[in-house]
Design a binder for this molecule. Structure first.
Ligand code: NDP
Length: 326
């Protein structure tokens, strides 16, 4: 038996409770893992509170991220004792996830824990950090260079945003961070590497089709009218990496930035990111994130503390990353 956070549905309401679960209840998979840490992402918040249709069947163990030690494996790539990381692949949505002391997963979904990173640090990165790295890589692939000008990051005090600010600053980019919590988090964002911090309300004003060109690149975690405003202010031949919908999934924009300013909008998905790209991103994250990131922008809770944090993340009240100790 082992301890797990289990989601059930009663009268269309999601109920989260900590339970003792038998190993035989775990879903099929070729690798059994003793979980050390999971993490809390926006998507986990939606799943646990039931505010978003994330969970595909009940009962479900949430947790789209986990790190731990292999205890049994029928796949030649992994042996007992190996340290591994899992993010995405529908785990915590359609397959039992990381908020339990044990998980059984497909070997194809795993990445060996990069050397230079411990399990807790890997979860401080988690899906949010991996997504931030993929967004930054998308800007690099689009040819956006540090000397081109300022890079904007929206939703900057969240999980994806705070890692994106840190990574870009470490790579020598000049970062402008957009936040709705300037008083609370402005100083932290500067410590992470933002050269300036901008109030979110500026980006919530209706956008004209084209506005003054300001940004050489952007990482957007918010979507909706904020992304529309960002697009209208992009430099000629610049690129935006869009990964999130914290402000809404609509996009009230025009074709003008694309057809008159050669702006590129690159979507970023981390859930089904192929193994090679995923492993490279983890390696790069390990190299780039300074020790100070893990000290400044992360906190730890146990399973008992998850429900409260889940509510907070869906209300945009979490700063940085939350890791869950199993
Ligand atoms: P967080 O909740 O940690 O961060 C989101 C941030 O967005 C908040 O901290 C807040 O930042 C800002 N925000 C919140 N609500 C609003 C609002 N109504 N309008 C404008 N800004 C808002 O979430 P994550 O960092 O984990 O995820 C960010 C987004 O990226 C989510 O939409 C998530 O679903 C998506 N995502 C996508 C992935 C992919 O593979 N494509 C993977 C991971 C995440 P501040 O207070 O600084 O303004």
């Amino acid at each position: 038996m082992f301890k797990a956070l289990v989601l059930n549905q009663e009268e269309k309401k999601t109920i989260a409770g900590i339970q003792q679960v038998d190993e035989s209840q775990l879903p099929e998979g070729d690798v059994l893992i003793d979980v050390d840490y999971s993490s809390l992402n926006y998507k986990d918040g939606l799943a646990i509170t039931g505010k978003g249709k994330i969970v595909r069947q009940f009962p479900m163990v949430p947790g789209i991220d986990l790190t731990g030690t292999v205890s049994e494996s029928s796949d030649s790539r992994y042996q007992a004792g190996d340290k591994v990381v899992l993010t995405g692949w529908g785990v915590g949505e359609g397959h039992w996830g990381g908020m339990a002391e044990k998980a059984r997963l497909k070997a194809d979904w795993l990445v060996p824990l990069p050397s230079g990173l411990n399990g807790k640090q890997a979860m401080m990165v988690g899906t949010a950090g991996l997504t931030a790295m993929l967004c930054v890589q998308a800007l690099v692939d689009a040819g956006v260079k540090p000397e081109a000008g300022e890079i904007l990051v929206t939703g900057a005090s969240g999980g994806v945003g705070s890692v994106a600010v840190t990574l870009l600053a470490q790579m020598g980019y000049q970062v402008a961070a957009v936040t709705g919590r300037i008083e609370e988090n402005g100083e932290l964002l500067k410590q992470l590497g933002a050269a300036r911090v901008i109030e979110r309300s500026v980006f919530e004003e209706p956008a004209r089709p084209l506005e003054k060109q300001v940004w050489a690149g952007a990482v957007d975690t918010v979507g909706s009218k904020v992304l529309a405003k960002v697009l209208a202010q992009m430099d000629y031949n610049s690129a935006v990496a869009a990964c999130g919908l914290a402000g809404g999934f609509d996009l009230p924009t025009t074709v003008m930035p694309f057809i008159l300013r050669n702006v590129r909008l690159q979507g970023v998905d981390s859930v089904a990111c192929p193994f090679e790209k995923r492993q490279q991103a983890w390696q790069r994250l390990t190299e780039l994130l300074p020790t100070s990131y893990y000290e400044q922008a992360c906190r730890e809770v146990n399973l008992e503390g998850v429900a409260e944090c889940a509510e907070a993340i869906t209300n945009g009240q979490i700063t940085g990353r939350v890791v869950i100790k199993l």
